[in-house]
Design a protein around this ligand. Sequence first.
Ligand SMILES: [Zn+2]
Length: 81
Amino acid sequence: MQKTLADALALKPCPFCAGPASMLKSVTFKCYGVECEKCPAQLGVVFDSYGDPEHRYASPEEAAAAWNQRAGEGVKVPAHG
Ligand SMILES: [Zn+2]
């Protein structure tokens, strides 16, 4: 069975606070990121001055996959930034 786009974009809850996650798009960088709605957890470059330039996701599917992988790891978000 093929995964639907909705499946590919489904975001797991935040690994840090279990809050809902949102897909965000940076128009400036033409890339996607995922951000927790309840805490500063963020993946991908979303805002001009935030994020690691090495972690830009060209598609929402990539950003969702990366977020979901991190959500499974239970790692901490760096406090800086
Ligand atoms: Zn969170």
